[in-house]
Every structure is written in structure tokens, then in C-alpha cells.
Design a protein around this ligand. Sequence first.
Ligand code: MN
Length: 584
Amino acid sequence: MVVNVKNLLAEAQKTREFSKTDIGLIEKAFVVAQKAHQGQKRKSGEPYFNHSYNTALKLAEWQLDAKTVCAGLLHDVAEDTKTSLEEIKKEFGEEISFLVDGVTKLGKFKYRVENGKSNSANHVQLQAENIRKMLLAISQDLRVILIKLADRLHNMKTLSAIPIQKQKRIALETSEIYAPLAYRLGMQNLSGELEDLAFPYLYPDEYRWLIENVKEKYEEREKYLEKVKIVIEKNLKESGIEPEKIDFRAKRYSSLYKKLLHQNMNLEQIYDLVALRIIVKTVEECYSVLGIIHQLWPPMPGRIKDYIAMPKPNGYRSLHTTVLCLDNKPTELQIRTTEMHQEAENGIAAHWLYQQKKKGKDYLHKKPVFAEQKELAWVEQLRNWQKEFSDSEEFLQSLKIDFLKDRMFVMTPKGKVVDLPVNATPIDFAYAIHTDIGDHCVGARINNKIVPLDYQLQSGDLVEILTQKSKKPSESWLHSVKTNIAKKKIRAAIKEKEYSGLLKSAPVFEFKIVALDRIGLLKDISSIFYRSHINIQSTNTSSSGNYRTIKIRCEIDKEKAAKVVLKLKESIKEIKEVGYKIMK
Ligand code: MN
């Protein structure tokens, strides 16, 4: 590989031309990054700058804007060299330094799998989903994620050079976080490539088995498809269709392995080991080609998939069919347009490219896409705004990840991600973990620093709650917390505290009043209690002759009790006898 700014510029300008300013910016970033990494080596022994260059080259290949390519060159400069973020800002401006800063922040994230017993597979999946959202929230701008993905791709390609323990962790993080994230962004090609790069590190034995058993099959299938291709080309020509391209796509080892697990490791059952891809110009031609194929060979029932009328949740569009082909061999064919193909390969990056080419005219009137699963709702949002922009400036704006602007993602010391509303405090976090932790919370450490309990959490914060058994929630917490669950729990705890407090400070008194009975006697006596703001708990009366005995229980203190006795004697002349005892 030749590390050369000319190659980089050529790649970036494959489908469009950059302005003089943009070209100057990339040339300058190239020089600055190369100089900053001077003398640094990768674990593999090659110059460090090769990594920065390859990251930028990938971004150029995806046809991203000049500033993103610059940030790709500079992405490790702030973290690993003497050149600071401030200097990058001064030399390259706010936007590039923001992108570099974002990538640096993402680099601090380490995927840890909790080892707790309660960890069901489902729980781990939810966790991974939250982590992906957290990364998006930290990034704030999708271009930060794209740089990170290009960075990760090159790191995965050079993974063999680093220590084995670290290899496993990075491969796992790639497979569980970054590959699915790329997939969600519609970058299926990148997603598959990342999965394939991680696979040998995560499943070394299975990988070896596949290599030994599949390689020949792949070659055999390709030879066979070569023959199929000739027949198809001939028939399409007769119908007046000139395909843009017909090629093969060998199924990736990682996805083949997943499929084999479902098919009892029976390779004969995998019809799309190598699929034939037919790329045409228009949607109409896609359906025409499908018709022609089905006239040539019978389709296998249940294997025709119209992802053009009903795209996959990540936006993937194509027609798939499996036919009993030459020699009655089941064979999968995929039919799509060039645009669909580009999108399937590069997802959101392809959107960028098309956006620039078409100025958003045809592109905007694509059919709406519906995600089936609830958990994909956020991808739905993502895709919706992708469609809504109408020029480059707007597109750049829309790359700002504001669909997650109301949410925030923080981590427990064990690496569990907690999803909270923006401006949430450590108390919200504590109650989100467990009521007991919330109720007994006395302080918080954020990223190892003690902070006040009304501190506003930031996405990516590592939060540790300090508790004390004797501590009870305070009413003032209600002013700073943001989640309803925390408010509810605090109110419940305060009520309980007040109640148990009352029990302690105000014992129950029982008044015994003996008086000459008359109409309205009980009412007059009760009203004296009420006027003294005393809540009567119970009243009990009994008569003997002309006298009535009234027992009243209430919660008051001695001083008040004495006052009530006086008042009763003064106001109700029928009273012969009044006194009280303390019940507990
Ligand atoms: Mn890097």
C-alpha cells in the first residue's frame, strides 16, 4: 500500500470534485497527522500513520465529505500525540475538531460483559442495544460513528498483532456492538466484513472447520454459476435487457456458520452459499428479470422475497429467489438496481453520495419503510430523517443525531448501561438501579470524582452510588430529579418516614369523659377536639342512668392534652369527670 495524499484525493473524488479549499484542507491534515505520529509504531511494527491513512482512505471510499476525511487522518492525534485538540481547532476549525473529539470520546468506551447470574441471553442483547444507542448519543453526529467504524475496520484487519486477551475483547465488541451498528445504518457490507474479521478470534475451531469443508464447495459453486451466468445473459439479451453487471457473492463465513447451526451443519441445505447477483438499471427491469428467470427455471416455493415492495427494517431493497437451476440445483439469485446495490453495500454513506448527485429529487420519493419490531423504532426515526433532507447542508445538519436528544446513557461500574432522560441526576440513576439504592443514597462518584447529588449526568458517564443504611430520602430531592419513577419512590419514602415519625413523637391518648347526658353532647365534645386541630382516631360511648361515658382516642402530646381537659371543663357544664391515659 502506498501512503500518499494523491491516492487519497483520487479515491475521495471518484464520483465528484472537491473545491480547492477542501483539497487544501486534506493535504494539510495529511501533513499534520503524519508529522504528529512521526516515530510512533503500531503493534505490527508498521508506522502509526498507516492506520490513520487507512481510516481516512475508507472514508474517502465511502465518498464522505472532505472534513470527515480530514478527521479520519487526525482521529488519533489528540489522544496519542503531543498535538492537542485545541491546536486542531485552531488549525482546522470547529467542525473537524468536534469530529476528532467525538472519536476520542468513543475510544474511551470499553465493552464489558457482566458476569452476574441474572444475565439471560435476552438481557445481554438488551444491554448491547442500549450500548449502541449510547454510542450514537455520545457521538452527536453520525460522521463520528462512521469514522469510528472505519477506524475499527482497520484495527480488526491488524488485530493479529496485539495480545490474545485483548484480541478477544475487541473481536467481541466488534461482533456485538459495531457490526450490528453498521448493519442498522444500512452498511451491510461493512457489517459483514466486521463479523467475518471477528469470527476467527471468537470461534477459532468452528472457523477452521469451515475453511476445511467449504473452500472446495465455494470453488465448485463458482464454476457452476459461471455456466448459469452465460444462460442468463443470453436470455436477458433476447428480451432486450442489458444488465449493468452480473456477479457472484460468496456467503460470508460468519453468516454461513450461523445458518449452518440452524441446518444441522448440513452444507447441502445452504442454497445461497454463493448467490448470483444481477444488477440492472430500473425497478421495472428488476421485475422483468425475475419473470424471465422464473420462465427458465421453476422457483422454489416460499423462497421468493420482494424486498423492493417491502424493504428490510434497515432499508435493504432487492428481489431474492431460489430456483431449481441447471442440473436441478437449487440456486439463489438476487436482483436489484445500481442504486439499491450501492445502498446495500454502503448504507448511510451511499445516501450521502446519492444526495450530492441528485440534490435529493428522486431520492426523496421512495416508498416509506416500516419497521416491524418495536425495538427498531429508533432506526426508523434515523431512516426517516435520512429521507427528509433536501440539500447537502441540510443533510449535514441531519447527521447530527438529534433523534436521541432527549435520552442519555450512563454506565454502572460493572458496565451495565442505564437509559435516562437528559439532565437526570445520580438520584434518578440510583432509583433506576434499585429502590433500596435510591432510598439510602448519600453521594455519587462520576468517572471517579465525587459530585453533588443534583449533578446533571452526561452520556457515557460512569456512575457509582454511595449508600448508607440509615439514610432516608429528603424532600429537596424532588426538585432535582427528572424521572417519574424516582419522584414516586421519594414521595413514598417520605410518607413512610412521616408516619413512623408521628408514631414516635405522638403517642395515643385516651380521654375518658363522664357527663350528664343530653342531646348534642357528643357533637359538642368532638368539636372541641377538632377546633384544637386534634384528629380523633376513635370514639366509644356507653350510658348508665343519666350519665354517659365517652372514651376518645387521639394522637396528641401531654401539653395539648392538658389544654383540652381545661377547655372541656370550661365549655361543657354537664361534664362531671374528665381525664386521660396514655395508651403507648
Ligand atoms: Mn484509531
